[in-house]
Design a protein around this ligand. Structure first.
Ligand SMILES: [Zn+2]
Length: 202
């Protein structure tokens, strides 16, 4: 994959350039401190390209983001939400979203499930952890045991619906991590034992 921002020639050693190619970053064009233009370079005592402010020299570190959500379960059905927002508007997803500052992973999972599905539930064990290196994200899903089937989805969701395994709209799922998590959930369910699953999404 090509870097998303131009790398100034002559600033990178071959190894650093390879790192840059292997680990694409988000792009800061302007300094978050002073608004000055940034340049991508390898700062002293570092080994990666960073956006460095050309005025105040602030270095902007870019790190992966956590996406957290749940597999809401009711008997042998799971709850999916049809997205009312981009990306993947109209596609089905497990309730999930970016973790917020000031909350734990579990609090984030609960918040997203309330916001997107308006469901009543009890949060259970951690179920899946998926590295999405290409997007700079880590996705984590908990099991959530639904307390009833009354759902009050928020504005980010068109509808929330329970699905048996054979009813899951596999071709209309919004994200690979949702697909991989659901597949593992139903596999475990058939075996009668829920595990914890780690996977890397290409
Ligand atoms: Zn600056």
């Amino acid at each position: 994959m090509m870097p998303r921002s131009p790398v100034k020639p002559g600033l990178a050693s071959g190894a650093a350039a390879t790192l840059k190619l292997m680990h694409p970053t988000r792009t800061y064009r302007h300094c978050r401190s002073c608004g000055g233009a940034t340049e991508y370079m390898v700062p002293a005592d570092d080994n990666r390209h960073r956006a460095v402010c050309s005025l105040c020299a602030t270095v902007h570190y870019e790190n992966p983001l956590n996406v957290v959500g749940t597999v809401p379960v009711w008997g042998d059905q799971v709850l999916l939400c049809r997205r009312n927002i981009e990306p993947r508007h109209g596609f089905w997803t497990l309730p999930a979203g970016f973790m917020e500052m000031g909350e734990t992973l579990a609090e984030g999972a609960i918040r997203e499930t309330v916001e997107e599905a308006g469901a009543n539930f009890e949060l259970k064990s951690l179920f899946s952890l998926l590295n999405v290196v290409r997007a700079g994200q880590v996705h984590v899903f908990y099991i959530a045991e639904l307390s009833d089937t009354q759902f009050a989805p928020g504005p980010e969701t068109i509808e929330a619906q329970l699905f048996h395994e054979h009813e899951v709209p596999w071709d209309d799922l919004a994200f690979r991590t949702v697909h991989e998590t659901l597949k593992r959930y139903f596999d475990d369910r058939r075996k009668g034992q829920l595990g914890f699953h780690c996977a890397d999404i290409e």
